[in-house]
Write a protein that binds this ligand. Sequence first.
Ligand SMILES: *Cc1c(COP(=O)(O)O)cnc(C)c1O
Length: 368
Amino acid sequence: MDFIPLSSPDIQEKDINAVVNVLRSGMLVQGENVERFEAAVSELTGSPFAVAVSNGTATMHLSLIALGIGIGDEVIVPAFSYVATANVVELVGAKPVFVDIDINTFNIDVNQVENAITSRTKAIIPVHEFGLACDIEAIMIIANKYGLYVIEDAACALGATQNSKSVGTFGNAGSFSFHPRKAISSGEGGMITVNDKDLSKELKILRNHGLSFETGKMDFVKAGYNYRMTDFQAALVVSQMERFQKTLEKKRKLANIYLSSLKGSGLTLPLVPTDRPHTWQTFHVLVDNSIDRDNLIIRLRENGVGTNYGAQCIPAQTYYFDKYDINSKKYFPNAWLAYTKGLALPLYEKLSDSQIEQISQIVKDLTN
Ligand SMILES: *Cc1c(COP(=O)(O)O)cnc(C)c1O
């Protein structure tokens, strides 16, 4: 059996040709393909406005800035996510306030959010972890009650919904990433979905050095950033957008094979709430307490299967531990459990049914 990596982007000839066409045109930065990409994400999510930027972290950084969040403010984030979710809060000088996750879904535990709200709280960044929508409806009820902004970290959740409404359209801003680990990829890339026209204008000014054409001529109205996407990156991902629904269907089919073939292994399998279909950016399981997860990763690699832990317990990372000194094991037991016993298995478009069955068999052999 050839080695099966944890992830591998599906780049086809036609995607490559789309990139080459842009390179030949000489128009390399933020042109018609970026606009096409924005329109495609608007259509897929049902969001009236979409603003492409250079990566998924930039989406959240710019959103926080555009919403005026900064020094002295607090922002609620889940304790278990990719570290960028909290880093962006630090980048604007605000304080991330961590909330534990629900161990069944790996998403923020909505029952603990209100306890974390103080007079300084300005926003919540809920994460749609691993491609499963969090209970964003419940989050919006809390946010509206306390007058908080919501930036949805939907970096890995393109196509995810709650009651048929797309993630990224509930809060003030939705953040998507197109890193190669996500369902479709531009190499590096990000998209902000917003309902508010003024906010979308502000984000477009901020991503491009503070440049505005509002008065009909070039005018630099802010000290902005350069968070533009290149046009060849956009072309690469626009080409993949055309088969996105098929990609999603294929991944759901593969995930269902895992769900049935991994029954009876030493693993807790992911739960899928009925109102929130999973998009399976990551197939993330928990290994039983008796199993040494890190050793299992090594043994799976020896057996030809690439796996890794799924996401970080953020307050336990050196920067956050040194700064806030929180005992994660005690205060965020579920985030700690997911961080120490979580395992991401290979799941992407290019894998076949039989490869998923093979992986399942190896996992079962090593965990029983
Ligand atoms: C991938 C990811 C990010 C960061 O996206 P980049 O495009 O790599 O900057 C942020 N949050 C979550 C939950 C992610 O999975």
